[in-house]
Design a protein around this ligand. Structure first.
Ligand SMILES: NC(=O)c1ccc[n+]([C@@H]2O[C@H](COP(=O)([O-])OP(=O)(O)OC[C@H]3O[C@@H](n4cnc5c(N)ncnc54)[C@H](OP(=O)(O)O)[C@@H]3O)[C@@H](O)[C@H]2O)c1
Length: 267
């Protein structure tokens, strides 16, 4: 199979590439930092030479069109398109500039929209393919701060929910994957590094578990995956009766936002 992974130069995307390469698949990595991408490709090539990379900022519509054209002509249509590129900041909505808000939506949501739209004609012509959208638990419930990130991830959830039925007649499967906290360079942003330690951020999910969860979802044709599964049950419970659970959750989320605001004032 040919797997295209956006955000394949680090974290979840890179580990997923490792897992697919170990299995013998061909992988194309996409990310916007050229040097980091080439370093990741060279490292992964030690596992298998069947790894290539294409530089692309997924928030740039013209760059995505160029990337899609070069992938289709160089490697053919991906069997699995993994929309994984993303980033967040630990800032409340009003603390982010309009440009930062647009970039958050542009990378985390519109990036996936553009990649899907670019590859869909080829997938539809083949009447086959898998689209994996890596959202987050922040796409299933509110997690403060960073409403723009939450909105982008909720957008990914809504897109996936609807697209899977729109594409059913073409045998294209959509998979929505929502990980909890995974220790990656995602948290290297200065706003995460400056924040105080919080008990709820101590629990992390091993990265290999996320990669395996994505591969299983594709293999088994599963639409919805929360990793870890226990977090999925907690979210279902909260969404079943938000008025009950939001007494506690609201207190926690407001506290986190207050901390982010005072952190910004001190800096
Ligand atoms: N880590 C977590 O706790 C967690 C939890 C839930 C969901 N997620 C989601 O999982 C995905 C992967 O995150 P991660 O934890 O693996 O973070 P990461 O290690 O920081 O990796 C993010 C990847 O996205 C790429 N990327 C960022 N902006 C891009 C752009 N404009 N165009 C193309 N590529 C871009 C990065 O490449 P460059 O460095 O070249 O920009 C990098 O390869 C994200 O969508 C994130 O929202 C993460």
């Amino acid at each position: 199979m040919m797997i295209l992974i956006t955000g394949g130069s680090s974290g979840i995307g890179k580990d997923l590439a490792r897992a697919y390469l170990t299995r013998g698949d061909r992988v194309v990595l996409v990310a916007d930092n050229k040097e980091k991408l080439e370093t990741a490709r060279a490292g992964l090539a030690r596992i298998s030479p069947r790894v290539d990379c294409v530089v692309c900022d997924v928030s740039d519509a013209a760059a995505v069109r160029g990337m899609v054209a070069s992938v289709l002509s160089g490697y053919g249509c991906p069997d699995v398109l993994v929309n994984n590129a993303g980033f967040a900041v630990y800032r409340s909505f009003e603390q982010s500039s309009p440009e930062e808000i647009e970039r958050l939506i542009g990378v985390n949501f519109l990036g996936a929209v553009r990649c899907i739209h670019g590859f869909l004609p080829a997938m539809m012509a083949r009447r086959a393919g898998h689209i994996v959208n890596v959202a987050s638990v922040a796409g299933l419930m509110p997690i403060t701060p960073c409403a723009a990130y939450g909105a982008a991830k909720h957008g990914m959830v809504g897109l996936s929910e609807t697209l899977r039925f729109e594409l059913r007649d073409f045998d294209i499967k959509v998979h929505l994957v929502c990980p909890g906290r995974v220790e990656t360079s995602f948290f290297d942003h200065e706003t995460f590094r400056r924040r105080p330690r919080r008990p709820e951020t101590e629990k992390t999910t091993p990265i290999e578990k996320v990669s395996q969860g994505i591969m299983d979802a594709v293999e088994k044709g599963r639409f919805f995956t929360v990793i870890p599964r226990t977090l999925g049950w907690a979210i279902r419970l909260r969404n079943w009766c938000p008025s009950l659970f939001d007494v506690w959750l609201g207190w926690l989320l407001a506290k986190r936002t207050r901390e982010a605001r005072s952190m910004a004032e001190k800096s």
